[in-house]
Design a protein around this ligand. Structure first.
Ligand SMILES: *Cc1c(COP(=O)(O)O)cnc(C)c1O
Length: 346
């Protein structure tokens, strides 16, 4: 009675191994929902991969990462001295994570660097450069000084989707000078290889999540249990909203909004028309107009109404053989927004 992520362990690990082999020095990213597998599972995989560093998204993820992973932990959100001071004041608790020798902090300003070094003179840092991404970073002209002032271990660069990465990173490498590792995000293995050819004296390491953990879609499958099945006559009303249904079967399956079902962007809706409806009506309101992500009897039935918190009501059309209670059905979900009840690695 659960939404379960089934993983073919051998196949999943072979894909991870291939991603590392194709991109030497790769730093696995373990953040958020752990790409559907959960962060604990991914810390264990990172240990298995024998990488020396992982990257986490936020300071909130630091304690778990230090406990679950044995190597260095790079925090990708920049250290903000003012925010850390405010948290400290609010909780009266120290922030021991700032002191851990396995932590590597991301710095974008001098004020934050000074604040960090005041809290821990031995703090390890990398300096993030401001790319066309425009999220966090110090302008290229200031990166070198910040690295020097903090005895920084490298420079990080986060690139937007698209092409032109090699040129943009190259401009940074030339502007920053010195020989140091560059940690690059959203840069393909081919682009990293091109950078190594262009700057053989520098070290480049890609920070990768999706193309490491979700590299082989055939290695995992989300499965839902069929919880109830009943015939529907044309016009029968069901659900919170008592919408009239077509003839067929009502199929109740595990998996709802709390698991991330139907949380995908309208871009994943099948047609331009269904995307337009989804945008106009709001995603959750419009889901009964688009196909559900559940595959039942070889079809993807519509939702009878928007998904509930932990289960969903599907309207199986007349003529499609209904499943039995207890059957499992596959669910197509984007794993970066999925929260399964269980992960089974076989
Ligand atoms: C999330 C994130 C990554 C990893 O992104 P994927 O698309 O999952 O590989 C890399 N760098 C930064 C800065 C990120 O925030």
């Amino acid at each position: 009675m659960a939404l379960t992520l089934h993983v073919d362990g051998a196949r999943w690990r072979a894909a991870q191994d291939a991603a590392i082999a194709a991109n030497p020095g790769l730093v696995p990213v373990v953040k958020g929902n752990g790409y559907g597998f959960g962060r604990e599972v991914l810390y264990a995989e990172a240990n298995r991969l024998r990488v020396t560093m992982i990257a986490v998204g936020t300071y909130a993820e630091v304690p778990g990462a230090l406990a679950g992973f044995s190597g260095d932990v790079l925090v990708m959100e920049p250290f903000r001295a003012a925010i850390h001071a405010a948290i400290h004041a609010a909780t009266q608790a120290g922030l021991p994570s700032v002191d851990d020798g396995r932590l590597v902090h991301t710095i974008t300003t001098r004020v934050d660097l000074d604040g960090l070094l005041a809290a821990n003179p031995a703090a390890r840092t990398v300096v993030e450069g401001l790319t066309s991404m425009g999220r966090f970073g110090a302008p290229a002209a200031r990166v070198g000084d910040l690295v020097a002032a903090g005895r920084g271990e490298g420079v990080t660069l986060h690139l937007p989707l698209g092409s032109g990465h090699v040129d943009e990173i190259s401009r940074f490498v030339e502007a920053v000078g010195g020989i140091r590792p560059f940690f690059v995000s959203h840069t393909t293995a081919d682009e990293v290889a091109a950078l190594r050819r262009r700057f053989p004296e520098h070290r480049f390491a890609a920070r990768v999540g999706t193309d490491l953990w979700l590299a082989d879609r055939a290695a995992y499958e989300m499965r839902s249990h069929v919880l109830d099945v009943r015939p529907l006559a044309k016009g029968d009303r069901v659900g919170y909203r008592q919408r009239p249904q077509a003839a067929g079967h009502l199929v109740v399956v595990s998996g709802g909004t709390s698991h991330g079902v139907a949380m995908e962007s309208p871009a994943s809706a099948a047609t331009a028309r269904s995307r337009a409806i989804a945008v106009a009506e709001g995603m959750l309101e419009a889901v009964h107009r688009v196909r559900s992500p559940f595959t039942v009897g070889g079809t993807m039935p519509r939702f009878a109404e928007p998904p509930h918190m932990q289960c969903s009501l599907l309207a199986l059309p007349d003529g499609v053989a209904p499943p039995s209670v207890g059957d499992t059905v596959p669910v197509r979900m984007r794993l970066t927004t999925a929260y399964p009840d269980a992960v089974v690695i076989e």
